[in-house]
Design a protein around this ligand. Structure first.
Ligand code: SF4
Length: 270
């Protein structure tokens, strides 16, 4: 590879709208681009379908990078402590390290889909000096409306999970909101169950390891709790609808949760 192209060009895909739009945008601008998808093995079925659609559109292979060991393995290594915003071992073990291994010591430009309208967004990307981040959307003033237009014009549209969830990433991602857990319960009950099985109570200390702070998924899935989460979500929708216009629940939440988004790993959520 390096004989032909001293600097590699790599675009890492999360299965989200921004990195997908970036792939569409860059397809003819950097023909030697390598497309990679960091597949944790714990993604939503809609994400896998969307990546396949994108691959067909690009007419280029998308390399699936799987971690050497599964999430369950690492959870065991971390003694059952679920990843969280404070202890984000999942991103490093399931995404960053496989990506760094794929790049090796080659110098590469890593294309990242942060948009111009979120230029302050910070994230967790590789700190290896041979991996140089590039931000074409920021450089060229591409905003969310442009991203939606790019996806629309390409025929790809949005990933199907946007019907009930605001972001890409593992089905059990701890960054999701309670209404999105409810969405997981309703759209993929078997994945909700798998996520619930990862939750544990330490038999010695009694400490609970749950995805949602202070509440297990079993508790969250009780019908009366689901109804309450729905009501809370509807209330938030009403509170913001006058400011943000006639948007869907998930569109509103993806707009108002920018503080939370800033803490996310870019490699997961673009
Ligand atoms: S999507 Fe969420 S759970 Fe998955 S690796 Fe990223 S931060 Fe961790």
């Amino acid at each position: 590879m390096s004989d032909r192209c001293p600097i590699r060009h790599i675009l890492s895909l999360s299965g989200g709208k921004d990195s997908t739009a970036l792939a569409v945008y860059m397809r003819d601008r950097v023909p030697e681009m390598e497309y990679v998808f960091m597949d944790t093995g714990e993604e939503l079925p809609e994400t896998y379908e969307y990546i396949e659609k994108l691959e067909a559109y690009l007419g280029r292979p998308i390399v699936r990078l799987n971690p050497e060991r599964s999430f369950a393995h690492w959870l065991h290594v971390y003694r059952g402590v679920l990843p969280s915003p404070m202890l984000r071992w999942c991103t490093r073990k399931l995404k960053i390290e496989p990506f760094e291994h794929y790049v090796g010591n080659d110098v590469c430009y890593n294309y990242v889909g942060i948009r111009a309208d979120e230029a302050q967004r910070k994230g967790y990307i590789s700190s290896k000096p041979n991996i140089i981040a590039r931000y074409p959307f920021i450089e060229e003033g591409i905003t969310k409306d442009d991203v939606l237009r790019i996806l629309d014009e390409s025929g790809l549209g949005l990933p199907d999970y946007y019907r009930w969830r605001t972001r890409s990433g593992c089905y059990f991602c701890f960054f999701q909101q309670k209404i999105e857990w409810v969405g997981l319960l309703e759209n993929h009950p078997q994945l909700f169950e798998r996520a619930a099985q990862y939750e544990k109570i330490d038999p010695v200390t009694g400490k609970r390891y749950t995805w949602v702070q202070g509440e297990s998924l079993r508790e969250l899935s009780q019908p009366e709790r689901v109804a309450k989460v729905r009501m809370g979500a509807e209330r938030r929708l009403k509170a913001f609808s006058s400011r943000l216009g006639n948007q869907s629940l998930l569109q509103v939440f993806s707009d108002v949760d920018s503080d939370e988004d800033e803490q996310q790993c870019l490699i997961c959520s673009l």
